[in-house]
Write a protein that binds this ligand. Structure first.
Ligand code: GN1
Ligand code: MG
Length: 413
């Protein structure tokens, strides 16, 4: 990871409308793509923190489009929250600090694009889910995010990474990497390649449903990893979601799928002991419960029908991407050890198997939860009756307590 010299970062920091003297800046290890620093300033005797981030232009080739999307999305979120009378809005939607010239970014002489965010204090992110309550909060946070953006005004958002969740294209990219085998790694990944080939039958399902209009295109986050959710130290509640560079037209199912991938297994994304990788039903139940509660106002019956499948497909798709990157010399995802991307791929594929094994039970769970959530919404908020008829027994989903406090570790930015 090319770490910026502190002196250079100090120069960058001066370009933003921050009223204080920078004391120090530390790189944060979160995320595989951008370069992120948490900087501490002395502002009139009080320490305040900001995030400075350099956009990875190999991945985001149109940084201006990224920043334009980001401004539109964060402005809209803030307006909607203010209209609701929300408190602590700067903890609930990312706030972009303008550059000295009023732009949302600073571009230096080398052509690097930097942006600055207000640091959300007394909150933190986690790499893996510790409790069902956290899974519930993640589901609720992203469902709410999607809901707040349903009426985003203006033209269609830019596609910051075209065909981002286009599984067929990801699959073709893998085939190409296998054929070229530039780094002579295909032999080491023979089992994983075989797994990918055996699952070709799932690659087109969501794409086709979108193409025939069965499910709508919507503004989606597209990178709903659990570590992109900020949880309040005290209440454990989700405050806001981070990492908005891939917010663009897509499907809410891409988001739900990536939540299943990152909240239901107790393991990290690169766990080496595959026996520990498992889709845990209580986590899925809480995740789906939180999500359905906040997405109920807009989610269609067809979207609900694909929720479980999306978990399998997106996990598979990210697995394809890790595998392709491994075969292609680890050019895309930052790695911290040899074969890191292969380990990540193995974890994804193991999780795909685990979801596969439990798919019918997960489907029943979603149906039961929906019956409950929509009935509650119908009683309390006078929502329309659910489109899905009540079938069988509704599972008694454990609605996690909203009171239980979260862990109180220092935030890492
Ligand atoms: C990347 O940088 P990070 O960790 O937020 C990637 C996601 C992957 C994820 C896998 C722009 O996200 O699509 O799911 O790694 N983001 C981009 O951990 O490619
Ligand atoms: Mg990201």
């Amino acid at each position: 990871m090319p770490i910026y010299q502190e002196k250079q970062l100090q120069e960058v920091s001066k370009q933003f409308q921050i009223y204080g003297d920078i004391l120090y800046a530390e790189p944060t290890k979160i995320g595989h793509i951008n370069e992120t620093y948490m900087a501490t300033y002395n502002q009139g005797g009080t320490l305040v923190r900001y995030i400075h981030q350099k956009i990875n232009q190999t991945v985001f080739t149109e940084p201006l489009a990224v920043m334009d999307n980001l401004m539109r999305v964060t402005t809209h979120l803030r307006r909607r929250l203010e209209a609701e009378g929300a408190r602590e809005v700067t903890r609930k939607a990312l706030t972009i600090v303008p550059a000295r010239d009023g732009k949302s970014y600073f571009c230096n002489g080398a052509g690097d694009y930097w942006r600055t965010f207000v640091f959300v204090e007394r909150a933190q992110t986690f790499e893996s889910v510790q409790t069902p309550r956290q899974a519930y909060e993640a589901g609720r946070a992203f469902g709410r995010f999607q809901h707040l953006l349903v009426d985003l005004p203006g033209k269609r958002l830019a596609e910051t990474i075209p065909h981002f969740h286009h599984t067929r294209r990801r699959y073709e990219a893998l085939l190409k990497a296998v054929a070229v085998d530039q780094y002579h790694r295909a032999a080491a990944a023979a089992r994983e390649i075989d797994f990918a080939l055996k699952h070709e039958n799932i690659v087109d399902v969501l794409r086709k449903a979108l193409d025939r209009g069965e499910i709508p295109e919507r503004v989606a986050h597209n990178d709903t990893k659990f570590n992109n959710v900020m949880l309040d130290w005290e209440s454990g509640e989700a405050l806001c979601v981070l990492d908005l560079d891939t917010v663009m037209p897509g499907s809410v199912l891409y988001d739900f799928g990536d939540m299943v991938r990152t909240t239901t297994s107790p393991t990290l994304e690169d766990e080496k002991d595959l026996s520990k990788v498992v889709m845990q039903m209580p986590m899925f139940e809480s995740l789906a419960h939180g999500y359905l509660e906040s997405a109920a106002p807009f989610l269609t019956e067809a979207e609900r029908a694909y929720l479980v499948f999306s978990g399998k497909l997106i996990t598979f798709t990210i697995g394809l991407r890790f595998l392709t990157d491994f075969l292609s010399g680890d050019k895309y995802f930052r790695i911290h050890r040899p074969e890191h991307n292969l380990d990540r791929c193995r974890t994804q594929f193991r999780l795909v198997e685990s979801i596969d094994d439990q798919e019918p039970a997960m489907q029943r769970m979603v149906k039961g939860l929906w019956n409950r959530v929509s009935a509650e919404a119908g009683l309390g908020l006078k929502k329309p009756k659910p489109a899905v008829p009540s079938t069988g027994k509704a599972k008694p989903g454990s609605r996690p307590s909203r009171r239980k406090s979260g862990r109180t570790h220092p935030a890492r930015g």
